[in-house]
Write a protein that binds this ligand. Structure first.
Ligand code: SF4
Length: 352
């Protein structure tokens, strides 16, 4: 989930943040996608091709092959909690129960777990609550916002003993439906409402274009008009605590803090951690045999130059490589990459 940005105070905005949001601010929650399966088919669904409608598990950017890797990823970001997402976690309720129990057992009771779902099924919700879930965020399908009373949300929110919220995107052409949903929610046992700035993703362009949406600027994926809707809501007389989370806050604070936490734990001695949490490395496209030769020739200690098995290259400090690149018969670069499991490369600069 995302960072909460503070709207100007008014009658309905309060300082009370959803528990999960406090952890978001520090980037200290792991994002656990327990499945990409979901029946809601929202036109704005931001899930990427590799996740959408696929029964896969991701812990942050890591494609999970065995469930122990989830705990390892949690260790690497020093997770204080987990946000369980999908797809819809209740499509695989038994798996989700198993994950909640595993996380609580390993990281302790204090590890705060929240979950998103659009499935309004009391039995399934009770299963995950009994497993130790701390907070649930309902994402009712958009076609129900006009008449949310016809769903089981009110009953479910009343029955469960944990914090319950509603979390939806701000869709400019659905202002009236959003208002109706929030007015109804006032009469439910709903503790907070989280509103997210609507965003374009690699998969939802077609759906968004149908409604004539555009990005709000060249450097943002956010939809023009979505943030304005948040400010318009200041005039609405709604008593449930509302939090607004902008696209820039999510990327600028939450993601940055999470990758910074991971960078501290995965950086090699020779890596440089940038202020954005990315890693700068010197890389040499020599083979494994040439590693020892280069180390000996330039008297470089083993902990300052190593073999990167995953990418099939030699790595060292960008400062060292800057000094020696001209004297090497291999292609050399300084690369900047994310410290995430997918090690996404941001930039590379050739040195020779
Ligand atoms: S509920 Fe979430 S995962 Fe499912 S289609 Fe809608 S946005 Fe996508």
């Amino acid at each position: 989930m995302r960072e909460m940005i503070q709207l100007p105070k008014n009658s309905f905005y309060t300082e009370k943040l959803a528990e999960g949001c406090k952890y978001c601010e520090k980037g200290s929650k792991m994002v656990l996608l327990v499945t990409g399966l979901c029946r809601s088919n929202c036109f704005y669904c931001p899930l990427s091709e590799k996740k959408k409608n696929r029964d896969v598990i991701y812990a942050d950017e890591l494609l999970v092959k065995n469930e122990e890797q989830i705990l390892e990823e949690g260790e690497l970001i020093e997770a204080e909690g987990t946000g369980i997402t999908g797809g819809d976690p209740l499509e695989v309720a038994d798996r989700t129960v198993r994950m909640i129990k595993m996380l609580k057992e390993y990281f302790g009771e204090k590890h705060h777990i929240h979950l998103y779902t659009s499935v309004m099924n009391l039995e399934k919700v009770e299963k995950v609550v009994d497993a130790g879930l701390d907070e649930i965020r309902f994402h009712p399908p958009a076609e129900t916002w006009n008449d949310i009373d016809s769903t089981s949300l009110k009953k479910i929110a009343h029955e469960i003993p944990i914090d319950a919220g509603i979390e939806i995107p701000l869709i400019p052409h659905m202002e009236e439906e959003t208002r109706k949903l929030l007015i109804s929610a006032e009469g439910y046992d709903i503790d907070f409402v989280n509103l997210n700035e609507l965003e374009f993703s690699e998969t939802n362009f077609k759906g968004m274009e149908k409604y004539g949406y555009e990005v709000k600027s060249d450097i943002s994926n956010a939809v023009r008009g979505s943030e304005e809707m948040a400010y318009k809501m200041l005039g609405w007389d709604i008593s449930v605590p509302i939090h607004y989370c902008s696209s820039s806050f999510k990327d600028g604070i939450q993601l940055r803090n999470r990758i910074m936490r991971r960078a501290r734990n995965v950086a090699k001695l020779y890596d440089v951690i940038t202020e954005d949490g990315t890693l700068l490395k010197g890389i040499i496209y020599g083979n494994r045999e040439s590693l020892k030769k280069i180390r000996n020739e330039f008297s470089i200690s083993p902990d300052m130059m190593g073999w990167d098995d995953e990418k099939g290259r030699i790595e060292t400090s960008p400062f060292i490589l800057d000094e020696i690149a001209d004297r090497l018969p291999y292609k050399c670069y300084i690369v900047e990459e994310y410290p995430t499991a997918d090690r996404l490369e941001v930039e590379r600069e050739p040195l020779n």
